[in-house]
Structure formats: structure tokens, C-alpha cells
Design a protein around this ligand. Structure first.
Ligand SMILES: [Zn+2]
Length: 110
């Protein structure tokens, strides 16, 4: 069951409750004043916007995250670490016979 955050409309008391998803919209009474509490987003779910910056490609001012994504897409750019890599394929294993021959040769040469 997920953790939901609630805030009192009157006294601003906050409360976290673990409850089933189907019940998260049901109101709950404030433990301080008894008024209804409303559900609020927990702070850990809020991602702040990025700081504005000047593009190294065009020199234009990038105003926020959505503008940043659009700018990257328009110029075929990507963030380091977010590039698409080809799928890794494991090296094929040598055949058992070839591997034994190599091992015998290695032992003989000592
Ligand atoms: Zn209250």
C-alpha cells in the first residue's frame, strides 16, 4: 500500500497515512482540530525545474526542463548518460574441444 500525505484545510497539520489505492480519495479527519484533511503531494514526488542556462549550440537562453528537452531534440543532442547504447552481446564461448586443446598447449609450454 502506498504512503499518502494529507494536510488540514484549517490548521495546516500534516499527516502521512499508508492506505489502499482505492481509498486514497476518501477524506480523513484532522487529528488536531477534527476538520477534513485534503490529500497533497509528498515533497519527494515534486521535481524542481532546472535553472535557466545558455545553450552552447545556439547561444539561446534555455528557460526550463521542457524547453531543454525540446532544444536537445531539435538539435539531435543528448545528455551524457542518457544516450542509447547498442545491446551488449556476450562473447561467444569457445568450443569445449578448442578450449581443451588450448589448455593442453598452455600446460605443455610450461
Ligand atoms: Zn486541523
Amino acid at each position: 500500500m502506498p504512503l499518502y500525505h494529507y494536510e488540514c484545510r484549517v490548521c495546516a497539520a500534516r499527516q502521512q497515512i499508508v492506505r489502499p489505492v482505492k481509498e486514497h480519495t476518501k477524506t480523513i479527519p484532522c487529528t488536531s482540530c477534527g476538520e477534513q484533511m485534503r490529500q497533497v503531494l509528498g515533497f519527494r514526488y515534486v521535481i524542481p525545474d532546472i535553472e535557466p542556462y545558455q545553450s552552447m549550440v545556439t547561444g539561446e537562453r534555455i528557460r526550463g526542463r521542457s524547453h531543454h528537452r525540446q532544444h536537445l531534440k531539435e538539435h539531435g543532442l543528448f545528455e551524457v548518460g542518457n544516450e542509447r547504447l547498442p545491446p551488449r552481446r556476450p562473447k561467444p564461448m569457445p568450443s569445449v574441444v578448442d578450449d581443451l586443446k588450448r589448455a593442453f598447449e598452455e600446460v605443455k609450454s610450461r
